[in-house]
Write a protein that binds this ligand. Structure first.
Ligand SMILES: Nc1ncnc2c1ncn2[C@@H]1O[C@H](COP(=O)(O)OP(=O)(O)OP(=O)(O)O)[C@@H](O)[C@H]1O
Ligand SMILES: [Mg+2]
Length: 265
């Protein structure tokens, strides 16, 4: 099971867009994917048609009340894609768990019970480096960082990589940054090209080859209640996220992932 935190403390950089659409593309490539919504905004859950204000159980209960993760997981409109939803009540969790000894490892502990039920677990992180993100970084093996290439995005990236390294040193030695995704890429502007050039210069081996271009269909997609693969299967959004999914799947051998899948049978 590959566990990937999709994270960036900056708001609006396409974390949720990446979680939903990358998840759907990986599912299309015949992997079982669980999306975990770790953002109190609940955008990922709403996108997948969950009425977040009517949820009886959500990630809040998983953090606060020992509810097993498997009890809150729902199916989605996509075969092989499941979601563990959240809503605004998750915002209180950072306060309620702060004094617990296991405050950094709750998510990791909860995930252990579903180990190897899925091929991929993707965390959609909130736009902060608070306890929810620290829980994601402690439970994950890999970090994937979406960057908005329409703005100068590199300052925040250094802070984020420092946080990843801190978690790696203290809580999760296995954690690695798998890659940085250049999102909302607009090839007509110099700025997008410049930002991509700077990421390559500083983090050359980490930038995914697949770029996610700016696309109206991707922006419209959340209100359709479907990922881009269903909403606009022929669009550049589907093409770009599918390329990215293939690039990520190509790393399975490196992860020794196929071995655990084979052992699961
Ligand atoms: N490739 C793209 N082309 C056009 N619009 C995009 C693209 N990717 C994301 N967007 C739009 O950018 C906005 C921010 O995206 P998204 O909600 O995925 O970011 P986020 O990082 O999850 O935000 P938050 O930090 O609030 O959780 C949304 O309106 C989304 O539709
Ligand atoms: Mg989001």
């Amino acid at each position: 099971m590959r566990i990937i935190a999709i994270t960036n403390q900056k708001g609006g950089v396409a974390k949720t867009t990446t979680a939903v659409n990358l998840g759907a593309c990986i599912a299309k490539l015949r992997r079982k994917v669980l999306l975990v919504d770790l953002d109190p905004q609940g955008n990922l859950s709403s996108w997948l048609g969950i009425r977040i204000n009517e949820l009886e159980k959500s990630m809040t209960n998983v953090f606060n009340n020992d509810v097993p993760l498997k009890d809150i997981i729902s199916e989605t409109c996509v075969k092989q894609l499941w979601v563990a939803p959240s809503n605004v009540t998750l915002a209180s969790v950072e306060r309620t768990i702060i004094n617990r000894e296991d405050k950094d490892t709750i998510l990791k502990d909860r995930l252990e019970l579903i180990a190897n039920c899925y091929d991929y677990v993707l965390f959609d992180c909130p736009p902060s480096l608070g306890l929810l993100t620290v829980n994601a970084l402690t439970a994950a093996r890999e970090v994937v960082i979406p960057l908005e290439t329409k703005v100068m995005a590199l300052n925040g990236l250094v802070t984020l990589i420092n946080t990843v390294n801190l978690v790696k040193e203290t809580l999760n030695p296995a954690l690695e940054v798998t890659g940085i995704i250049a999102c909302m890429f607009d090839m007509r502007t110099n700025l997008s090209n410049e930002v991509v050039g700077m990421i390559k210069e500083k983090f050359s081996d980490k930038l995914f080859k697949s770029l996610i271009r700016e696309s109206t269909k991707l922006a419209e997609c959340p209100i359709s209640g479907q990922p881009i693969t269903l909403y606009a299967p022929e669009s550049r959004g589907t093409k770009d996220y599918m390329e990215l999914a293939k690039e990520i799947l190509a790393l399975e051998k490196r992860e020794g992932w196929w071995m655990s899948r084979w052992m699961r049978g």
